[in-house]
Design a protein around this ligand. Structure first.
Ligand code: XCC
Ligand code: SF4
Length: 630
């Protein structure tokens, strides 16, 4: 085995620079160039003080103009913008969850989609009070799917999954009137509240932002995760690889990108089809390589070990290799730039969802009823495109790392059970983890999630923070593009234990895990909520007392703000590296960064000095330990 060494951000950047040279040759645009054209950014927008929700405006608040035409002050405008931003994210995650419910509804024996984890389906059915005895598994799947779909619009009651939270947390949500009701209702109400002439009181707007976020994390996202597991299998530990070097020059390269696993799972199936492999050979390729970008990549990496070509700000790089026959996308985080960029190469940019339609793409509409045919056509299109490659433009950076992924909540428990087979009474619980925290072997945990953002040196914040935290005996649970940053660097290689403090290193050895645990895509942050809840129940602490914090150092999307809101509302302090367009209002800013603590026992901290952000998290973890007397 070769010597273990992390790949550095400098090496990532050198590889990108080399790819951009190819881009320059063919006249390609890139985000690096567009950032230059867009900076400095509009200050009104950055502070959140511009309102354009009615046509008397747009109104922008300045010292000379302290109120909009309707008389709304800066706090109302910033608060409304914050709520709308959250609603966008909650709608997006939740609509993804809804699609998964529909896919579950489409399952049938021998069909395109089947139930791969019937035990999990039964567990959820029982949890929801649905009779399972003597029922055909597909009848049950349809009943659970329909019940899930009703969570989106039910006229009465609150989200079913909130019962999974500890009593104390549920009481807080009730007391603060932020228990999430029907998901669509929370999104609609957010839009209603922010309509011209409705709410302009920061407390009311931020409160609804929390509620709307909770309907995502404990509603739409949680259903997305749980039913994806039922459909495609609950992730288990799996070995894979990450970074652009996973693409193979002699193979047909298909890159899947987006979020919904329904499409990518099918494509993976067909790429293994002997007929397709024979077709690939007939056009002169050795085989077919599927790799992924963004959360679709996380989904298929977690369940199939499909390698991860990269994260958000690396999406253009896969095309710039000149060796990408097709980049196939579903929804979310897809650069419209991929259209024109693909035209500079032979690459087919294939859009598949009515939700994400883009110019200069080939639209192959994907639907669960015809999923098999659609996937086959996509794979075939890619194979037939192999001959159109321009060999002079082909350059795949020789850069990849080994990564262990697949740490669902269930798999983490399974790993912990392996450590403590002598303490029979603790199997199936998080107690071994709690014991490690109590004894100080582990100081605590950080849930690091979220995107890349050119405002922060891409991947550097994720990687540097992770290195710092593991050296301080803080274990990492990660998802989304943060997870891919870790994988690309090598932090998901089990040998990364060498970079840990003595305590965490010991834990990694005993449990046979890497120090940075890949929990999945961004909807899978719901897995982290379940883990935090179970730790709280097992330890007897409140979630807000557990030495764990959340962190999104390079976040960029509306979804990230929705996530932040449900993580904070669940009692977990959250650390951001980028401001959420709220600094224009001292009142909204103060609420987010402190006032929330009186409501939900947690709040936001924003710090763009990344090293300092790390110090602040460690400080907070130690404060929580001291308060517990451990
Ligand atoms: Fe998108 Fe989920 Fe962000 Fe990555 S981390 S850039 S949202 S793919 Ni969710
Ligand atoms: Fe201006 Fe008020 Fe209309 Fe907003 S709602 S654009 S502040 S007049």
């Amino acid at each position: 085995m070769s010597e273990f060494k992390l790949t550095t951000v400098e090496e990532f950047e050198a590889a990108t620079a080399r790819l951009l040279e190819t881009g320059a040759k063919v006249g390609a645009d890139s985000w690096q160039l567009r950032v230059k054209n867009q900076t400095p950014h509009c200050k009104f927008g950055e502070e959140g003080v511009c309102c354009r929700i009615c046509s008397m405006g747009p109104c922008r608040i300045t010292k000379k103009a302290p109120r909009g035409i309707c008389g709304c002050d800066v706090h109302g405008i910033v608060g409304r913008n914050f709520l709308r931003f959250t609603a966008g994210g909650s709608a997006t995650h939740s609509d993804h969850g809804r699609e998964i419910c529909h896919t579950l509804y489409e399952t049938r024996e021998g069909g395109n989609y089947t139930v791969k984890d019937p035990a999990k389906l039964k567990r959820i059915a029982q949890e929801w009070g649905i009779e399972t005895e003597g029922k055909d598994i597909y009848d049950l799947a349809h009943e659970v799917a329909e019940t899930g779909l009703l969570e989106y619009g039910k006229p009465f009651g609150t989200q079913k999954f909130i019962k999974r939270a500890p009593e104390h947390t549920q009481e807080i949500w009730k007391r603060e009137e932020i228990e999430p009701r029907a998901i669509d209702r929370e999104v609609s109400q957010a839009l209603h509240m922010t309509h011209m002439g409705c709410s302009s009181k920061p407390e009311a707007l931020v409160r609804q932002a929390l509620r709307c976020g909770l309907s995502d994390g404990w509603g739409g996202s949680m259903m997305g995760t749980e039913f994806s597991d039922v459909l495609f299998g609950t992730p288990k530990e799996m070995e894979t690889e990450a970074n652009l070097g996973v693409m193979e020059e002699e193979n047909v390269n298909i890159v899947v990108h987006g979020h919904d696993p329904s499409l990518s799972e099918m494509i993976c199936e067909y790429a293994e089809d002997p007929e397709m492999i024979a077709l690939a050979k007939s056009v002169g390729a050795k085989g077919i390589t599927i790799s992924g970008v963004c959360c679709t990549s996380n989904e298929v990496a977690m369940r199939r070990g499909i390698p991860m070509a990269g994260n958000f700000l690396q999406q253009e790089n896969v095309v710039l290799t000149g060796a990408c026959e097709a980049i196939v996308v579903d929804v979310q985080c897809i650069f419209p730039a991929l259209g024109p960029l693909s035209k500079c190469f032979h690459t087919k940019f294939i859009t598949t969802s009515p939700v994400a339609q883009m110019p200069e793409s080939d639209f192959i509409r994907f639907s669960s009823e015809s999923a098999g045919e659609n996937a086959k056509l996509i794979v075939k299109t890619a194979i037939e495109n192999f001959k159109n490659r321009n060999p002079e433009l082909v350059h795949i950076p020789d850069m990849k790392q080994k990564a262990f992924v697949g740490y669902s909540f269930e798999e983490i428990i399974h790993k912990l059970d392996g450590v403590t087979n002598s303490f029979v009474d603790k199997t199936g619980t998080t107690m071994p983890l709690v014991d490690c925290v109590k004894s100080g072997v582990l100081r605590g945990a950080v849930a690091m999630v979220g995107c890349n953002n050119p405002k922060i040196r891409p991947d550097a914040a994720h990687i540097e923070l992770m290195k710092k935290l593991i050296a301080n005996d803080v274990i990492l649970i990660v998802s989304g593009c943060s997870a891919q940053a870790a994988a690309k660097a090598g932090l998901m290689d089990k040998r990364a234990k060498e970079l840990c403090g003595a305590g965490l290193k010991r834990v990694c050895e005993l449990a046979d895990i890497p120090p940075v645990l890949h929990m999945g895509s961004c909807v899978d942050i719901s897995r982290m909520m379940i883990l935090a809840s179970e730790i709280a129940k097992d330890s007897g602490w409140n979630i807000s007392q557990v030495p764990v914090v959340g962190c999104a150092p390079e976040w960029m999307s509306e979804k990230a703000v929705s996530i932040g809101n449900y993580v904070v509302s669940t009692g977990i302090d959250t650390y951001l590296g980028v401001e959420p367009y709220a600094t224009g209002s001292s009142e909204v800013d103060a609420l987010l960064k402190g006032g929330l603590r009186d409501w939900v026992e947690a709040a936001y901290t924003v710090e763009s000095d990344i090293d300092k952000l790390g110090d602040l998290m460690i400080e907070r973890i130690e404060e929580k330990r001291a308060a517990l007397g451990i």
